[in-house]
Design a protein around this ligand. Structure first.
Ligand SMILES: [Zn+2]
Length: 294
């Protein structure tokens, strides 16, 4: 744990020094897909800062945002992008209760109405403030001062907003215990968030069977050629298959190694082009504890 905190502190200290020199690496935003009634845009923090995505659904006269970043400067970059579109934000969704998706945006978007599944609302209500304070102690001004906690329950089901049909689904036991998947059928878009990673190391806490089931379910639903991920750019069925392969490789590597360091080195060697090496440190230090490791 100490080593992880140290690594991250070094990273953040470097970035903050750079930030003073106005050199903080910046994120990017792009339009993924559009039709007459809706556009889907993605804002993504730099790969060196976990490539956290926020997706913006632009309807005729409102914006819906999904997920709000980890570090506050990137939530402000997201705000700059949404301001440039010039439409009010009617809903801000949190896909699941991992801090990299909900602690970043409280200062940049203090007044938006925040939606989530009831389990996510309960979890953030219980632990959100203490997690925010822990991260403030670790990362200082890179972390927002305040949370904007979700308060509106999103029930699973179908809803038409501004002439566009949305399907809200609850997925359980995938990368997190409970997560919200949002589908927009007429655009062929499935917003899967952390069920799918793109060119970033997947965050593995333990058994991955539920996660694999969730990936296979999305693969089986052929109506959605565009899958939006929680870390990294969008992709298609190939991306889902890559994620399944990564999970399989990770499980085989767990069995073939004896400790954290061996595992990490083996995964870095298998996926040399992937970002988010620090994510491996985080889950190895906090979560993943295989029985066959010393
Ligand atoms: Zn995440």
């Amino acid at each position: 744990m100490k080593k992880f905190v140290f690594t991250i502190l070094i990273l953040v200290t470097c970035l903050m020094n750079k930030s003073h020199a106005q050199n903080l690496p910046i994120g990017q935003a792009w339009t993924v897909v559009q039709n007459k009634y809706a556009k889907v845009h993605t804002y993504m923090s730099p790969v060196s800062m976990f490539a956290n995505t926020s997706h913006i659904i632009e309807l005729q006269n409102e914006l819906i945002i999904i997920d709000g970043q980890f570090f506050t400067p990137y939530a402000f970059e997201l705000k700059k992008f949404t301001d440039s579109i010039g439409k009010p934000i009617s809903r801000f969704y949190i896909s699941h209760d991992h801090p990299d998706h909900y602690i970043g945006f409280g200062d940049a978007f203090p007044d938006v109405k925040v939606y989530a599944l009831s389990e996510t609302i309960a979890s953030i209500e219980k632990d959100g403030q203490s997690i925010l304070e822990q991260r403030q102690a670790q990362f200082g001004p890179m972390i927002a001062k305040n949370l904007n906690k979700p308060s509106v329950i999103q029930q699973p089901g179908t809803e038409t907003i501004n002439n566009v049909k949305f399907i809200f689904e609850k997925s359980i036991n995938n990368e997190s215990a409970v997560s919200l998947i949002i589908k927009i059928p007429e655009l062929g878009v499935c917003i899967a968030q952390d069920i799918v990673y793109n060119n970033i190391h997947l965050f593995i806490e333990g058994d991955t069977k539920g996660w694999e089931t969730a990936l296979k379910k999305i693969i089986g639903d052929k109506k959605y050629p565009t899958i939006l991920s929680g870390h990294g750019k969008e992709g298609g069925i190939d991306l889902l298959n890559n994620n399944l392969k990564y999970l399989s490789d990770a499980n085989l590597t767990i069995l073939a190694t004896k400790n954290k360091e061996e595992f990490k080195q083996a995964m870095l060697k298998k996926y040399p082009q992937y970002g988010g090496e620090q994510l491996i440190d985080i889950y190895l230090n906090y979560y993943l504890k295989p029985k066959n490791w010393k």
